[in-house]
Design a protein around this ligand. Structure first.
Ligand SMILES: [Zn+2]
Length: 617
């Protein structure tokens, strides 16, 4: 159930309780608060006439309707009752709180000013109404939570709601380390300036009821956008922004396998600079982009809009959810998608599964570039490993959905950039997606087809066929979710769930005792990098080989001359499979102009994007 936000009358006090990032009594359990909704918006007993205001926009504000500070927000600090760990560190605590406020003032037009110490106590609802002094201090908030922000506003004529007081309470029993202070206060500042919880996961303002708390300390794109929708960009700066996206697109109940009608999403540039759209995407095959008026490269002047459609076609019954992401020059905008599937899936045809490595037909005619397909349900996740205009490795990816009942799959081709392959931890939020065109795979039989694409304005079509170097496995939809029993490892793999390293991966094509591995990652400068290895079985479950970096003719070169492909050994890789859904990827590579040698080990699991995935045997 989604929460209903209420706003009431003039000069009413509302308490906006906000659980902080770290709420547990035991360290390390960051989400102990679970699904406890923390928006306890209730009127003080003296509340006058009620007025309702539901949160309907993408960015949710404390009182439904936007409420903002009319000028700089002034606050004072009260060190009384600070925990013993901070008792002699008052200045450091104040500096840390200021530093957390600066994360917000650096990215949007809100101004926050520290006015020194006070003996006034932060007020709760129970402790009376606003006193006009915004205090940050030490006191156990209501509900036994680690941090809370209490906000009061008044209506201010046609200019809407004006914040008048914000008191932030930190529980001295829980907030006892600098790390806890940082994660708690960075999040609470978001409430103090008027933001409610985001309904997206993995943002600083994530929290119940629609998302889970994080331990993040930095602002995600969604946090920045929300703040700018309230206050605009920092003074003197110009920026595009989109403030009128729907909070969620809910398709309701749909019959499994039947496409919904398109739900339009309008992207309006509410900022004061041009917005460039680089692409629109969904994450799973359950939801698809339809008619797209927000084409890659489209520019929206301030006030201008474009509209695209999104539709649902569910693979199975039950609750299905996803996000549509609009990649822009201001970072990604994400809108949750929801639908509930009912009924039985349509009878499975004996359509072939196209998973594996493919290249131009006839086989070998364009050796040096190719395609990998991970085929699950009615979706093929394709990676294209090729070369850019300078001959450097370049890779693209495409989530291609089946069109109708034929063996035709289509999708948007993306170039991604991200943190260098050796970065620890690998920050998935730093991965950027840039649509470069569209692709269609049209299969005439299980082993042959046509790859038609339009990339950066160049439209071409290539006959493609499977790459065969051993016994071709037969791949079918898995009969159960547990893939650990599989003994053929062909699939797309990624850093094991839990490490969250979304954005890079490996495709294994497994024929006989050989695995052809293509590793899709990023170079030291963040540009797309792929390396490949032909790994031979050296022991049960263990495959090893030399890693090669290649250079070759640019993608789309006609004719593509395989003699111009140069292969350089850059290291070695060992894949050790614990079972059919678990592998250790150990590698040592020497790359870059400085010839940096990197030796690392990663845990991998299969990437299942359509349950229950695919197995080959
Ligand atoms: Zn909160």
């Amino acid at each position: 159930m989604r929460e209903q936000l209420n706003a009431r009358g003039v000069r009413n006090a509302f308490v906006a309780l906000s659980l902080a990032s770290i709420v547990s009594t035991s360290a390390g359990i960051a989400r102990a608060a679970g699904d406890v909704p923390d928006y306890a918006l209730s009127p003080v007993p003296s509340a006058s006439t009620a007025q309702r205001s539901a949160a309907v926009s993408k960015f949710k504000y404390m009182f439904g309707a936007p409420a903002r500070w009319p000028g700089a927000m002034h606050w004072r600090y009260n060190h009384a009752s600070a925990p013993a760990q901070f008792s002699n560190a008052k200045d450091a605590v104040v500096q840390q709180i200021i530093a957390e406020s600066a994360k917000w003032t650096a990215v949007c037009g809100v101004q926050i000013a520290y006015d020194g110490e006070t003996t006034a106590l932060p007020k709760t609802l129970a402790a009376g109404g606003p006193d006009g002094i915004s205090v940050i201090g030490w006191q156990k908030p209501d509900l036994g939570i680690s941090g809370a922000t209490y906000l009061w506003y008044q209506t201010n004529g046609s200019s809407g709601l004006t914040l008048v007081d914000a008191d932030m309470m930190l529980d001295p029993a829980y907030v006892t380390t600098t790390a806890q202070l940082t994660s708690t206060v960075s999040h609470e500042w978001g409430h103090a300036i008027g933001l409610a919880h985001s309904n997206l996961e993995r943002t600083l303002m994530s929290g119940p009821p629609d998302s889970a708390y994080t331990n993040d300390t930095g602002l995600a794109a969604d946090d920045v956008h929300g703040c700018r929708c309230l206050y605009g960009p920092p003074a003197g700066q110009s920026a595009a922004n989109v403030c009128s996206l729907p909070e969620i697109v809910d398709f309701g109940t749909l019959s499994v396998g039947v496409a919904s009608s398109e739900s339009p999403i309008t992207v309006t540039n509410s900022g004061n600079a041009t917005l460039t759209i680089s692409g629109v995407r969904t994450g799973t095959g359950d939801f698809l982009i339809g008619t797209n008026g927000c084409t890659p490269g489209a520019s929206l002047a301030p006030g201008a809009s474009c509209t695209f459609g999104v539709l649902a076609r569910l693979a199975r019954a039950g609750d299905r959810s996803d996000e549509v992401t609009i990649d822009t020059s201001e970072g990604p905008y994400r809108v949750p998608l929801d639908a509930t599937g009912v009924g039985a899936p349509p009878a499975q045809t004996l359509a072939p599964n196209f998973e594996g490595s493919w290249w131009t037909a006839p086989a070998g005619s364009e050796s040096g570039w190719g395609l990998n397909f991970a085929h699950q349900g009615d979706v093929i996740f394709a990676t294209v490993f090729t070369y850019d205009a300078t001959g450097k490795t370049w890779w693209l990816s495409m989530t291609a959905s089946r069109l109708g009942n034929n063996n035709v799959f289509s999708g948007t081709l993306y170039e991604t950039r991200g943190p260098a392959f050796n970065t620890v931890p690998f920050d998935s939020k730093a991965v950027t997606y840039h649509a470069v065109g569209t692709g269609t795979l049209d299969f005439s039989d299980a082993n042959n087809g046509t790859f038609t694409y339009n990339v950066n304005g160049i439209a071409q079509s290539k006959p493609v066929t499977r790459t065969v170097f051993g016994n071709l496995p037969i791949c079918t939809s898995a009969t159960q979710s547990d893939l650990s029993a599989a003994t053929n490892y062909q699939d797309i793999w990624w850093a094991a769930a839990g490490t969250g390293e979304t954005g890079w991966g490996l495709h294994f094509t497994h024929q006989g005792d050989i695995i052809f591995a293509t590793w899709f990652t990023y170079d030291f400068d963040g540009s797309p990098l792929w390396l490949s290895a032909t790994a031979q079985k050296s022991a049960p479950g263990v495959y090893s080989g030399t890693l090669y970096r290649t250079t070759g003719p640019a993608f789309g070169t006609v004719p593509f001359d395989p003699a111009k492909v140069a292969r350089s050994p850059v290291g070695n890789a060992t894949l050790s499979f614990g079972n059919g859904d678990n592998a250790t990827f150990a590698y040592s590579v020497t790359l870059g102009s400085q010839a940096v040698t990197v030796a690392q080990t990663k845990q991998l699991s299969r990437l299942v994007f359509r349950d229950p995935g695919t197995v080959c045997r």
